[in-house]
Write a protein of this length. Structure first.
Length: 218
């Protein structure tokens, strides 16, 4: 996959007319759980890159919860980058950098975004093809500093199966839009992480049938 990612979740965003910030219902539901997850494993300081930051709600919550980290949000979509920056400005936090244009499914980005102590990816792998997911993981592994953590969160298959009717319907709707996307299998993700010399720290069961993979660069 090359060029900008076109994600099939645009309809889940609502623009606040007063200032242009975007809000995703899923972000409101899961940001507390994601903050708890990241806080349990993240270093106390250093550089943190969030891939596909979307509306910006997550990175603001994380920057508030983990003030010792310098957060770099990113997104390939200019409207979302604007929303991220507006959320960051409203939050008044000095540990969030302006959002950067990053298509993490494009090979080579690790060369200019290396030395990361933490990389976070939330709710993206099911929205991109397998080839793009593998590229993203390979680049993230290269972008980590020694000892750096890569945390991946989202909905996944378990041994090739969905775990609820809702997940089965959502996965089917994604594949109907594009047969190359859809839920990735948990064992495949572990294989892709380990193929890039990352050590598995933990696979964490999360609310709403989500999973989190925590991996470390040696």
């Amino acid at each position: 996959m090359t060029g900008k990612l076109t994600l099939p979740d645009t309809q889940s965003l609502a623009e606040q007319s007063e200032d242009g910030r975007l809000y995703a219902p899923s972000a409101a539901r899961n940001k507390g759980h994601i903050c708890d997850l990241v806080a349990a494993y993240a270093p106390t300081g250093g550089k943190a890159l969030e891939i596909a930051s979307g509306t910006g709600e997550h990175v603001c919550a994380l920057a508030h919860r983990l003030p010792g980290l310098q957060w770099q949000p990113s997104d390939p979509d200019p409207g979302r980058r604007r929303s991220i920056d507006l959320h960051a400005k409203a939050a008044g936090l000095d540990n969030i950098a302006p959002a950067i244009d990053l298509d993490a499914a494009t090979p080579g980005w690790s060369r200019t975004h290396g030395g990361q102590d933490l990389i976070l990816l939330v709710n993206l792998l099911h929205l991109i093809p397998e080839k793009s997911a593998k590229t993203l993981i390979a680049e993230a592994a290269q972008a980590l500093a020694p000892g750096g953590l890569f945390i991946v969160y989202g909905p996944f298959l378990r041994d090739g199966e969905t775990t609820s009717d809702g997940d089965a319907k959502f996965d089917a709707s994604l594949r109907a839009q594009d047969p190359d996307i859809g839920y990735k299998d948990d064992w495949d993700v572990i294989d892709w992480l380990q193929e890039n010399w990352l050590e598995m720290v933990q696979v964490v069961e999360m609310p709403a049938n989500n999973l989190a993979f925590v991996a470390r660069r040696p």
